[in-house]
Ligand binder design. Structure first.
Ligand code: FAD
Length: 361
């Protein structure tokens, strides 16, 4: 039987992870990634290089699907850390901290991952930074996007995948004569891509400051849960090469990609106030490497992972399976592996149903 030909639109963390897992887990597919941007490029149109990134699940206590994605992905990252050198993957183990500015109320519910993340516990009073009323710690990972995206791309190529640089105005443009399946991983652009035009997708602007510190000086990541009305948050995410990300904003429907110097100053001040130990002893100020702005592809209703058949010829004689994997918001890395496996599962289910129909079973 000839291999099914799959075109994946998008080379962000969603497209690359899906592509690698398709070739790793399943035989019988010929996979091409076609995208406007690839790892190594920095532009406001491509979210993945701008991420922190860490695993800090935001799934609500009732969202079992998202919990499952995040859980599978953290296990995958822990295994990756054991299996491959950090220089190759950019993924490293760290201690995670969540801080709250208010004491938990009577109805406080532990985060869903309290039973799952190793080392989860409440912080003792003497471990809390000034101004912080409550906190928890757990073992987690951080990911250096530029290293990890290249690792995914190299893995994909080594497994026999193909790449092509192309911009599509419409999903139909990705359906060549011999295409069987199209997988849409266009992130924020699913809002405008013809044939998708999902108005539930919108940008949430994230501004960050990247500083340079001695490698291994920061072995922890934190996020401070402040009042929800404040669009400037406070978080720190270290990378394997001494770069440390200070964040950051979460501003809905803001598509500006130029960093705001006043916001940058505020981010630095907040991070240093929460964790003054960011500064090595004797160092007076942080060394800024660059400023960044990325647009999170948030989707009302959560990530869209669905499959649909579309006619690829006017007379309806050829049908192509279109699968979607977009709308990962601020959690595209931490859910990437679990979401990709789910996409492959529903893709194969749709193919099996069609096969059975054709055989009239
Ligand atoms: P993208 O990375 O945007 O990739 C889209 C791809 O599709 C690109 O290759 C693009 O060229 C291609 N494309 C789009 N349209 C077309 C077209 N018409 N034709 C051809 N190609 C097209 N997530 C975490 O898990 N943890 C974190 O700590 C974290 N921190 C973040 C911090 C910031 C400041 C930001 C901005 C994001 C953060 N995120 C984090 C979120 C994460 O970065 C995103 O969820 C993720 O990168 C989305 O990836 P994607 O592959 O879906 O989209």
């Amino acid at each position: 039987m000839s291999k099914k030909r799959i075109v994946i639109i998008g080379a962000g963390v969603s497209g690359l992870t899906t592509a690698v897992q398709l070739l790793k887990q399943k035989k019988g597919y010929h996979v091409t990634i076609a995208a406007k941007h690839f790892p190594g490029e920095l532009t406001g149109e491509y979210t993945s290089p701008w991420a922190g990134a860490n695993w800090r699940s935001l799934a609500s206590i009732t969202d079992k699907r998202q919990q499952e994605f995040d859980k599978k992905t953290l296990i995958y990252f822990f295994e990756l850390v054991k299996a491959k050198p950090i220089e190759e993957t950019g993924v490293m183990n760290v201690d995670g901290f969540e801080y709250w500015d208010e004491l938990p109320g009577k109805n406080f519910i532990e985060p869903w991952f309290s039973n799952f993340c190793p080392g989860y516990r409440h912080l003792r009073k003497e471990e809390l930074p000034d101004g912080v009323k409550f906190g928890v710690t757990f073992k987690t990972v951080t990911i250096n996007p530029s290293v990890y995206l290249k690792f995914l791309l190299n893995t994909f190529l080594a497994l026999g995948g193909n790449i092509e640089r192309k911009e599509f105005l419409h999903l139909q443009d990705a359906i060549l004569a011999n295409t069987d399946i199209v997988i849409n991983c266009t992130g924020l652009h699913s809002r405008t891509l013809g044939g998708v035009q999902d108005t539930n997708v919108y940008a949430v602007r994230g501004q960050t400051v990247v500083v340079e510190l001695p490698p291994k000086h920061v072995t922890w990541t934190f996020a401070r849960n402040q009042l929800l009305t404040d669009p400037i948050g406070t978080y720190v995410i270290p990378r394997n090469n001494g770069e440390v990300i200070l964040g950051g904003t979460y501003i809905e429907n803001d598509y500006t990609t130029i960093p705001d110097p006043i916001i940058a100053e505020s981010i630095i001040r907040r991070c240093l106030t929460t964790r003054p130990d960011l500064l090595p002893v004797g160092q007076k100020e942080l060394k800024i490497k660059r400023h960044g702005v990325g647009l999170r592809p948030v989707r009302k209703g959560g990530i869209r992972i669905e499959a649909e058949w579309i006619n690829s010829s006017l007379d309806g004689s050829k049908r192509v399976l279109v699968c979607h994997n977009y709308g990962h918001g601020g959690y595209g890395y931490q859910s990437s592996y679990g979401a990709a496996l789910y996409l492959i599962e529903i893709m194969e289910k749709s193919l099996n149903i069609e096969r059975r129909k054709a055989l009239k079973l």
